[in-house]
Design a protein around this ligand. Structure first.
Ligand code: HEM
Length: 189
């Protein structure tokens, strides 16, 4: 969960247009009140920021291994009994056949009406089916509230030289270089 929050703040600090769209949504939904979980169902742009960050910076890049207990066929592929299968989430999320300009972080791609706000599986980030992430709702509530509060209080700008820094470390795609940004209280702008 902290991984997706850090990447979301990185992308918002890098993309000021998106950051302003989010800030406008926060203002129109919450006015002068602090964002709370109760506001989240009314914030489609924040939801799109969350899912687009999961797409481009999936915290779990490879699905935990699945074991075939019997011969089976999935999507035209024959899987022999005893095989272990690892799904490449990172690759699927950057597949040009599925996503226009996959390297570009663009929350608007989730605002086309094709996706339901409450759908937790707009991407493969939480897995699918019986073993899908049991904490996806909690992860979304915590991440979205944290991102919204940080965007509500401050305007974020990346520190010089941080602009093209997608490198990751460890299995859960932590940012290799921790996010460094200038934050300006919105109350002073
Ligand atoms: C953005 C944050 C998170 C991401 C991207 C994420 C992603 C995933 C993925 C990809 C799986 C494997 C799904 C599969 O094998 O098909 C998984 C499993 C799981 N996750 Fe998460 N997760 C997140 C946060 C959380 C949180 C906050 C909790 C607990 C509060 C949680 C609890 C679990 C559990 C219990 C499983 C195992 C489910 C099972 O095997 O039945 N996750 N998660």
């Amino acid at each position: 969960t902290p991984v997706v929050v850090e990447w979301a703040m990185y992308e918002l600090a890098k993309n000021h247009g998106c950051q302003e769209s989010l800030y406008e949504e926060i203002k129109s939904v919450c006015g002068d009140e602090k964002v709370t979980e109760e506001n989240l169902p009314h914030m489609p742009y924040l939801n799109a920021v969350f899912h687009e960050t999961l797409r481009k910076h999936s915290p779990v890049p490879i699905m935990p291994l699945k074991y075939a207990h019997k011969d089976t066929e999935i999507g035209g592929y024959h899987i022999h009994k005893g095989s272990q299968i690892a799904i490449n989430i990172y690759g699927a999320h950057r597949d040009e056949k599925e996503w226009e300009d996959p390297e570009v972080w663009k929350p608007e791609r989730f605002l086309t009406g094709k996706h339901q706000l409450q759908d937790m599986h707009k991407t493969l980030a939480f897995g699918l089916g019986r073993r899908a992430c049991a904490g996806s709702m909690q992860a979304m509530n915590i991440s979205c509230t944290a991102v919204a509060r940080m965007a509500q209080e401050f305007k974020w700008t990346l520190k010089e030289g941080q602009g093209d820094d997608d490198d990751t470390v460890l299995f859960t795609t932590h940012k290799l270089q921790p996010l460094e940004a200038y934050i300006t209280p919105r109350s002073t702008l």
